[in-house]
Design a protein. Structure first.
Lengths: 325, 327
């Protein structure tokens, strides 16, 4: 699979957008306008950008407690993400969900803070897509930590035996909260777990958006033909703590610096310039534009109201048919 | 045909058959629902009629089967999942509580999760402590769920059809001791509204509020009490949430006495909920405090006699009713 210049520019822009939003969420958290449920995505942008670029609006994305990157890459506006993070009306869940759990009908996006659950419930979205026979697919993101849950193993097995159109994307960011992957994952690669269920599993450099995009693009093409699930383990890294305020006593500054040298945004920028087809001035212009959009989105979100108690306690049940009959 | 009788299990099968014929989005999934047609025949013949795409045997994998149920409901299908014994639902609770019950609200009312979880609880087959529990209380306490416990073949058909048509996640709890019970079940396409209690027997001296199999016990006890000149009214809530408080309170206002009979242990449970509702809404009508008769707080034993001894019997219901009336 060949990536065109337009593909690369699109992914570059997506990654800039994810980072611009995350970088603004940090000071908002420090002011307690965004709460501890905010899990920074900085460093992992290549995964969301490389995968979601291939998705149609009607495809589903099932995400995690670290959903903001996946959500924006799937099509949520920056303003919607700021609103949800801030707990304001205008977020996908109108601020009731907060940083870790929301449902976005407009972009077919679900996320939640129970590690591993998505691996099982993505099979349901995929079953509906399979029955519909229109080539719709489901992408299920999860972390290395999820790979030890029962839901992970049960979900992979069900997707495999029913040949469901799910692309499982494991963001292996090296730590399950504070615990290093090598201390809690048995076996060499997480992708090997998929292979044991007869699912084609691949481990790719998750700091290289091109490698992620090629692996995802090829997998999604096959998925749309109804040949069953696929699995990508993207090896990546989160520059910030599991959450902001994490004591980070489980890793060294030198380790973080080593990973920062592989930064997916810097890497693609250098490659784009080295082709000679993209000018530095054009990239600077794009970077400034994305920053401005993020700044404006944040300001608009900050002006939105909080949900009322009446709203926060509504929509618990669909009115039950016989209730007032 | 008006007086045709079916068993409780046959009534379930007929409800599913009718709903699957009516709406192609309805499908059934669970352990041994296709090849076996369920342990009690509740899904018998459905796979032959509707095919493997709509009647799906799943692996013994409750987290995945419930995940699939929840996801497919949010994506527009109408799954009827089966958890073979309610005890196994512990493996699937995350999907029900953290996902199915939450998505409608988190979507601002735009996503609906129209799914039914059929399962069965209670004693009756000497299945002992991991196959015989009464766990309905867990679900009554979760915002975003509807909880149904039908007692009669007529009810189970009409309520299951209503549950399939309802746009909420519905926990539909059958009782293993009742699958062979027979009753009049019209062949028609009728629906019993969720959230409506039913007065199973009219009476004037006391109200017995009972759920599931205990309704059968309460009716037998009422028969016995009648011979002794005591007129018991038996109220079956049928839907535990949303609860039809009005029907229960109307009955208590009439009789002045309330006995609650459930199979689950008392602490933290639905029996206390009924007692509270009665106290809050018709305290002044009560001539005596509300009395609860519940299962003992113990694991369910294997022995035939002991299994029956740890849950209320017909004699227990009659005895407690007489004690409440001081007769």
């Amino acid at each position: 699979m060949e990536l065109k210049k337009t593909d690369l520019m699109k992914m570059y822009r997506t990654m800039l957008g994810l980072r611009a939003v995350d970088n603004r969420l940090v000071p908002l958290k420090l002011k307690d306008l965004v709460m501890d449920g905010f899990h920074p995505y900085v460093g992992e942008e290549a995964v969301a950008a490389g995968v979601c670029g291939w998705l149609r609006p009607d495809d589903y994305v099932i995400s995690t407690h670290r959903p903001q990157g996946h959500a924006q890459a799937k099509g949520a506006t920056m303003e919607a993400i700021f609103c949800e993070m801030l707990g304001r009306m205008g977020g996908p869940s109108n601020g009731l969900g907060g940083p870790m759990q929301w449902v976005d009908v407009d972009t077919n996006f679900f996320c939640g803070s129970i590690v591993g659950s998505g691996v099982s419930n993505s099979t349901g979205f995929a079953l509906a897509a399979q029955r519909e026979r229109k080539g719709r697919v489901v992408v299920c993101f999860f972390g290395d930590g999820a790979s030890n849950t029962g839901s992970f193993h049960e979900g992979l097995n069900l997707a495999a035996i029913w040949k469901l159109p799910v692309l499982y994307v494991c963001e292996n960011n090296q730590y399950g909260e504070a615990m290093p992957v090598k201390e809690f994952v048995s076996g060499a690669k997480i992708s090997g777990r998929a292979s044991s269920y007869g699912i084609k599993g691949k481990t790719v450099d998750g700091m290289d958006v091109k490698k992620v995009a090629i692996a995802a693009g090829e997998a999604i093409k096959v998925l749309r033909k109804g040949k069953g699930p696929a699995f990508i383990e993207a090896v990546t890294y989160r520059y910030r703590g599991h959450y902001l305020g994490d004591p980070e006593n489980y890793r060294t500054k030198a380790e973080i610096e080593r990973w920062r040298k592989k930064d997916p945004i810097d890497r693609l920028r250098k490659e784009l310039l080295s082709t000679g087809k993209v000018k530095e001035a054009d990239l600077k212009c794009l970077e400034a534009e994305v920053e401005k959009l993020a700044e404006e989105a944040q300001e608009r979100a900050l002006s939105r109201p909080k949900p009322t108690l009446a709203y926060a306690t509504s929509n618990v049940l669909v009115p039950v048919a016989g209730r007032n009959a | 045909m008006a007086d045709r009788t079916l068993t409780y299990a046959e009534a379930i099968q007929e409800a599913l058959d009718q709903e699957m014929a009516r709406d192609p989005a309805v499908y059934v999934l669970g352990e041994d629902v296709a090849i076996w047609g369920n342990l009690f025949g509740c899904t018998k013949g459905l796979v032959a009629k509707y095919g493997k795409e709509r009647v799906r045997d799943t692996p013994i994998s409750e987290a995945a089967l419930m995940g699939c149920t929840v996801g497919s409901a949010a994506a527009g299908l109408r799954p009827v999942a089966e958890i073979m014994y309610i005890d196994f639902i512990s493996i699937a609770l995350d999907q029900i509580i953290n996902h199915a019950a939450r998505w409608h609200q988190l979507s601002g009312g735009r996503v609906k999760v129209p799914m039914v979880v059929r399962t069965q609880g209670g004693v009756g087959f000497r299945n002992s402590s991991q196959h015989s529990q009464s766990l309905e209380n867990w679900f009554v306490n979760i915002p975003g769920l509807v909880v149904v416990m039908p007692s009669m073949p007529y009810d189970v058909k009409g309520l299951l059809k209503a549950a399939v048509r309802d746009d909420n996640p519905v926990i539909f709890i059958e009782h293993k001791a009742m699958y062979r019970n027979k009753g009049v079940v019209p062949v028609d396409d009728y629906v019993i509204p969720l959230g409506k209690a039913d007065v199973k027997r009219a009476g004037t001296d006391l109200t017995i509020v009972a759920t599931s199999w205990m309704v059968v016990h309460a009716l037998a006890a009422a028969e016995e009490l009648a011979k002794q000149g005591i007129s018991a009214e038996v109220v079956d809530p049928r839907t535990l949430y949303p609860l039809d408080e009005a029907t229960i309170c109307d009955s208590v206002r009439k009789t002045g006495h309330c006995l609650v009979v459930v199979e689950a242990p008392a602490a933290g449970g639905f029996s206390g909920e009924i007692a509270s509702v009665v106290m809050e809404h018709c305290f002044t009508a009560l001539k005596k405090p509300v009395k609860r008769l519940c299962g003992l707080r113990t694991g369910i034993p294997y022995d035939k006699d002991l299994e029956r001894a740890v849950v209320p019997s017909v004699a227990d219901v009659a005895r407690e009713a007489r004690a409440l009336l001081g007769r």
